[in-house]
Design a protein around this ligand. Structure first.
Ligand SMILES: *Cc1c(COP(=O)(O)O)cnc(C)c1O
Length: 341
């Protein structure tokens, strides 16, 4: 298979149309057979439930080439399960997990020419999503849905080297205590757009959201979970019902305990204690872990001892081990690597 003529080393994180996408339609209470198509356009009613009432959920994962030349994805069964949780919370029909993994597999296989080569650091980003497609004007869930998967090649997250982030404690809330923060829904991102634009205008890379009820506990950023390391090398990650259960974070916890022999605590993390941590990172599919160098809380600057030039030592070990597992350089736990071809 001939690869596309793409400058893999210099790819950014923008949408590039690939050749095939997967589509399945839900109508009269059932998903149709579904399959690959070439047309990238979605045609729906002007009054579609997704357009009026934001009835849509999504997932994000990556396909990449391992050291021995296989094209694989990382734990897609967990994305399938999480999309089921998200769909149920928004009164959408469930797309079966085995069909989800099959749709991802088919879409990646069909776009194999866009999967970046091993060593480039670039990946093929996969975006499964689902939305209410028929016209709904009175507030209720749609009766018809579309499930789609598209892919787009994206560049190495740390192109040009690792640069620890500066983040601020945000005065806006991301998620309500009994709301939708734990599901992967576009609506959580719509309400974060103003906060992130404002943060960028003021020179910050990301927002640290606090729990909306007490504003004393650390939740997450707009699209990544926190992972802290104490001065005696314990990994600490916030526990809350309103954060999104990151697959990267769950995998890193396993790596910390089982590969690195570190102690892990999943518990409430108070903003007050952040200044005592040795390292801080943001975990998500895009970067695996991006180190945080500085946290600004309304004029009070907290500098992480790991500094503004590199990952902290524990963060780096976690990063190297998980990316080693993903790329096939380190043996993976059973079921983590899904081989496409
Ligand atoms: C997707 C997402 C994450 C990261 O999850 P991964 O499964 O690790 O990619 C974290 N927080 C939010 C709000 C997200 O939407």
């Amino acid at each position: 298979m001939e690869k596309k003529n793409i400058d893999w080393e210099n790819l950014g994180f923008g949408y590039i149309k690939t050749d095939y996408r997967y589509v399945s339609d839900y109508k009269n209470g059932a998903w149709n057979e579904g399959g690959l198509i070439e047309d990238d356009k979605v045609v729906i009613s002007e009054c579609a439930c997704v357009l009026q009432y934001a009835q849509t959920v999504f997932e994000g994962l990556k396909a990449y080439t391992t050291e021995d030349g296989r094209i694989v994805t990382f734990r897609p069964d967990l994305n399938a399960e999480r999309m089921i949780q998200s769909a149920e919370r928004l009164e959408m029909p469930v797309f079966p997990a085995d069909r989800f993994v099959d749709a991802v597999t088919q879409t990646v296989k069909a776009n194999a020419a866009y999967v970046p080569p091993y060593g480039s650091g670039a990946t093929l980003y996969i975006r499964p999503y689902m939305f209410g497609s028929n016209a709904v004007i009175g507030v209720k869930p749609a009766d018809e849905y579309q499930f789609r998967v598209f892919t787009t090649p994206v560049g190495h997250y740390f192109k040009g080297g690792v640069k620890p982030l500066t983040i601020r404690v945000c005065d806006f809330d991301r998620a309500a205590p009994h709301g939708t923060g734990h599901i992967k829904a576009g609506l959580n991102y719509a309400m974060s757009l103003h906060a992130i634009v404002d943060a960028h205008q003021k020179g910050y890379d990301e927002n640290m959201y606090l729990d909306a009820a007490t504003r004393k506990k650390v939740e997450e950023t707009g699209g990544a979970n926190f992972l802290f390391v104490t001065k005696d090398n314990t990994v600490v990650t916030p526990k809350s019902n309103s954060i999104l259960p990151s697959i990267t974070r769950r995998s890193l916890i396993h790596v910390a305990e089982e590969y690195l022999g570190l102690k892990v605590e999943e518990r409430e993390v108070y903003l007050d204690e952040v200044e005592d941590f040795a390292e801080c990172g943001l975990c998500g599919t895009a970067a695996v872990i991006s180190p945080v160098g500085k946290i600004v809380d309304h004029g009070k600057e907290i500098f992480l001892p790991s500094g503004m030039h590199e990952m902290g030592p524990v963060t780096k070990k976690l990063y190297d081990t998980l990316t080693g597992i993903q790329m096939g350089r380190i043996e993976a736990p059973e079921g983590w690597i899904h081989v496409i071809e």
